[in-house]
Each structure stands twice: as C-alpha cells, then as structure tokens.
Design a protein around this ligand. Structure first.
Ligand code: 5GP
Length: 194
C-alpha cells in the first residue's frame, strides 16, 4: 500500500535493526486519513471471506480494526491484555509474549462477543515473531470460530512471524513488508503500487 510505505519512509524512525518506531501516525498520534484507507484496503482484500467480526489486540490495533469493521459493516473486538487472574470462566484467554515489552501477557476476550461459526478477521499493527497474531488466532479457535484472515499493517519480513502464520495455513495480507532495518534504513520487500 503506497500511502503507508510513503508515511513509513517519511516519518518512520529506525530504532535499531529490529524495531521501527511509527509513533507519529500509528502508535501514539494517529493519522485518520491513513486509517480510513487501511480499513478500505483490508475490506477489499478480504471481501470474499464473509467476515462477521474483526478482532485485534489493544491498543494500536484498535484504530485500523475499527476502520476495517466499519467498511465491512461488522463489529470490532479488541482483546484485553492483563496479568493472569484466576477467574476466567467467561473469558477466552491466550498467552502472548510481547516483542516490544519483553513480558508475557494474558490476552482475553469475553465469550459474549465471539461465537462458533463467526468468520473472524484478525488485524494488528506489526508482525514480528507472530506471537500476538497467533494468540488471537488461538482465541478465535477456542470459540469454535474461523480465522478467515490476518491483516497486518507492517510486516517485518526478516523476522519469523509471517512464515509461521503462513505455515499454519492462515491467509495473511500485509500492507507494507519490510525487508530490512539495517543501517538505520527501511528497505521494503517490494515496492507496492496500491
Ligand atoms: P509479534 O507478536 O509478532 O512478535 O509482535 C507484534 C507486536 O509487537 C505488535 O502488536 C506490536 O505492538 C509490537 N511490535 C513488534 N515489532 C514492532 C516494531 O518494530 N515497532 C513497533 N512500534 N511495535 C512492534
């Protein structure tokens, strides 16, 4: 997606060989025009999948997820992150190791909002090792629902998440695919024209 690549080129800050900071348009300040276009693009990419829910994880996935859900005309749910508690009867839970915070969180979704037969589109801002997306997929499967697609804004293709997700047979679409962050430069896997 050209607009996203352009924003990354102009405003992305390469912290080190593994981490890209996009605080000015995704992770702190948010660009609503970009988010709207991202929602339209995911809705187009997954239009044939009869999506019934869009699922993300708090907090940076919420904006693109809600714009996608608006386009698809379905509800959007965000999984909550929390420390382990014992009362989980009414919750689906999965463990997710955070790439940026280096800690394990339990992520939870209320059983009220995901049901057997739902066709769920998972959305997240970044894909690194795939922990967040795979944790969300586990929750979908615990509910007896279908993982109908995974939509990522920025895939760091040099890290293992994308291959892990594809090898599990999930339909993955990433709007920007970063090949390398070496030498403080963002290099994309392919120049996209969308
Ligand atoms: P994963 O679970 O795939 O290992 O990592 C994805 C999660 O970690 C995303 O939800 C995102 O919040 C965070 N993340 C991973 N890599 C980056 C990065 O380079 N920059 C930022 N800002 N967040 C990242």
């Amino acid at each position: 997606m050209e607009l996203l690549q352009e924003k990354i080129r102009q405003e992305g800050i390469v912290l080190n060989d593994n981490v890209l900071k996009v605080d000015s348009f995704i992770n702190h300040q948010m660009d609503p025009v970009l988010m709207k276009e991202i929602g339209e693009e995911f809705a187009r990419l997954f239009q044939s999948k009869n999506i019934t829910k869009v699922l993300t994880i708090e907090s940076s996935g919420i904006a693109p997820a809600i714009m996608t859900a608006l386009e698809l005309g379905v509800p959007s749910i965000f999984a909550r992150k929390r420390k382990s508690l014992t009362l989980t009867n009414d919750l689906y839970t999965a463990e997710v190791y955070s790439f940026t915070k280096k800690e394990t969180n339990e992520i939870t979704v209320s059983k009220k909002y995901l049901h057997e037969g739902d066709n769920v589109l998972i959305i997240d801002d970044f894909l690194a090792n795939g922990q967040a997306a795979i944790g969300l997929a586990e929750i979908v499967e615990l509910a007896g629902a279908n993982v109908s697609g995974i939509g990522i804004l920025i895939e760091k293709s040099f890290q293992p998440g994308a291959d892990k997700i594809r090898s599990k047979g999930y339909h993955l679409e990433s709007l920007a695919r970063v090949k390398s962050l070496q030498e403080k430069k963002v290099e994309f896997l392919e120049e996209q024209t969308v």
